[in-house]
Design a binder for this molecule. Structure first.
Ligand code: AMP
Ligand code: MG
Length: 487
């Protein structure tokens, strides 16, 4: 275990050729204040923070103090934004501080987000506001709690600096962790500039540091692309099962490790609405909830172009063709768990489709329904569940079929219930909850609600009696919340 001053970083990313990044000095906050530190994520870095004051921690995670051997860089990338290719993007407000290999041999790259202008900031200010930083901080950990691959959040630091969006707002920085933050757009950048040597450097970098098992295979680059297809399909399938809408699935926001990356105007569904658009700037609904699986494939197709100098066309196509099966496998397995099915049965897809149609027609809350379904009893009216539906007869009709389906299962009711309670979270980061936590932080500099709810999100399948009020139907005002890209 290390203290902050003992933590010695490596610079794995900046071992890449210099065209991959620019060296940038973080613009630290003058008066940083620690809003939250995530001890679970600190453990990934073998950090022991006990001997540090909050003030010291805040100084490290706003760029005021440097880790040993840290050499901050902003990475360059490109990407398809809402379907249109943008030839140069890059970390406009994030910096890679370096990385460490922990005691388990895992590489964790440390990134500061909101640390000031970089050569890729275009006309923006390089800052992040407290509101969006809280959302990223909490949702990263919510995803982790749900068992879905994601970048992790380590620290949230608030500054006195003011940032102008639609109004004056407070600046904040999130420190996030991932083995690497490399995006689809990193490949696209070099491919479209026809810098084929650099595409190869990038693929080699990934193979050496993050996909070592593929190095000895016959076609490592083809395998690498295949691995990205599989992890992306698995990721998006998992989003669909928890009702998560990412909101901005541009290729620059897609991780080559299949992690949920760049939390912006995301939302967890409240009432089930298949075409839900969480991003109010997404006028055409390109990234609507039910479009996500197809967009994942679209994005992989863009990445396939990026790989085309390394991998034969046939291999790229066969990898892309595997997307649907991988997606469906994960989706169907997870949904079967949510429904309490442990044996496969032919009619399951139809039963699920009927349920989702019914939920949509009746505006049934997605998270609440499945949590409540865990308590389903045979030969019972299941009143609490039934009352979630406007059309109770339609529910009864479905419940009859569900009951018959459960009869095929070997497991006893208590066992099924126990399993279902671990597949159906009680708590997700609903937008209105995030809004309440943000209000407390903005209005009174009160970060207790944030820190308390962080612990809940780390174990969302467990009971948290003090947070029962966040486990029910969201209040009416939550329907009015509009989240845009501005962050
Ligand atoms: P996003 O939609 O947040 O993933 O960002 C898209 C691009 O805009 C990325 O290259 C970001 O680094 C950049 N960007 C977003 N907000 C800012 C900001 N406030 N300052 C500088 N660059 C930004
Ligand atoms: Mg982004």
């Amino acid at each position: 275990m290390h203290s902050l001053d003992q933590l010695k970083l490596s610079n794995t990313y900046s071992n890449l050729p210099e065209v991959f990044y620019s060296r940038v000095t973080p613009a630290a906050f003058a008066q940083p204040k620690l809003a939250s530190i995530n001890h679970q994520a600190a453990a990934l870095l073998d950090l022991n923070l006990n001997m540090h004051t909050d003030q010291e921690i805040a100084e490290y995670f706003c760029g005021a103090k440097y880790f040993q051997n840290s050499s901050p860089v902003a990475s360059v990338y490109a990407g398809h934004q809402f379907g249109v290719y943008v030839h140069q993007l890059g970390d406009g407000r994030a910096l890679i501080l370096g990385d460490i290999k922990n005691q388990q041999g895992e590489i964790w790259e440390i990134q500061l987000k909101g640390s000031g202008i970089t050569p890729y900031s275009r006309h923006a200010d390089g800052r992040a506001v407290l509101r969006s930083s809280i959302r990223e901080y909490l949702c990263s950990e919510a995803m982790f709690g749900l068992g879905i691959p994601t970048t992790r959040a380590l620290a949230l630091v608030v500054g006195d600096e003011k940032v102008y969006r639609e109004e004056m707002e407070t600046a904040a920085m999130v420190t996030r962790l991932a083995p690497t933050h490399i995006r689809f757009g990193t490949f696209e950048y070099f491919h479209h500039r026809m810098e084929i040597e650099q595409v190869k450097s990038l693929a080699d970098h990934l193979l050496t540091n993050h996909f070592q098992a593929l190095l000895d295979t016959e076609k490592p680059y083809a395998q690498l692309f295949q691995a990205i297809v599989s992890s992306t399909a698995t990721l998006i399938a998992q989003w669909q099962t928890v009702g998560f809408a990412h909101g901005v699935m541009n290729t620059d926001n897609m991780s080559v490790l299949g992690l949920t990356l760049d939390y912006g105007p995301f939302a967890f569904l409240d009432s089930y609405q298949s075409g839900f658009i969480c991003n109010h700037s997404d006028y055409n609904g390109r990234y609507a909830f039910n479009k996500q699986p197809a967009i994942g494939l679209w994005n992989l197709n863009a990445l396939a172009h990026g790989f085309s100098s390394l991998v034969e066309k046939d291999n790229l196509i066969s990898a892309l063709k595997s997307y649907e099966d991988t997606f469906l496998n994960t989706f169907e397995t997870r949904m079967a768990e949510k429904l309490g099915f442990s044996v496969q049965n032919n009619g399951d897809s139809a039963l699920l489709l009927e349920l989702l149609t019914l939920m949509e027609q009746n505006q049934v809350d997605y998270t609440l329904f499945f949590r409540q379904l865990s308590y389903f009893k045979r030969k019972d009216k299941n009143t609490e569940l039934r009352d979630l539906f406007i059309n109770r007869d339609a529910f009864d009709h479905w419940a009859d079929k569900y009951q018959q389906r459960l009869d095929i299962e070997q497991s006893k009711e208590p066992q099924r219930q126990e399993k279902m309670l671990h597949s159906n979270p009680k708590f997700v980061l609903r937008n209105y909850i995030a809004e309440e936590i943000i209000s407390a932080a903005k209005e009174n500099q009160n970060f207790k609600p944030l820190n308390d709810f962080l612990a809940v999100l780390h174990s969302p399948f467990e009971e948290h009696p003090d947070f029962e009020h966040y486990a029910g139907i969201p209040p009416e005002w939550s329907k009015e919340i509009a989240i845009s890209c501005s962050s």
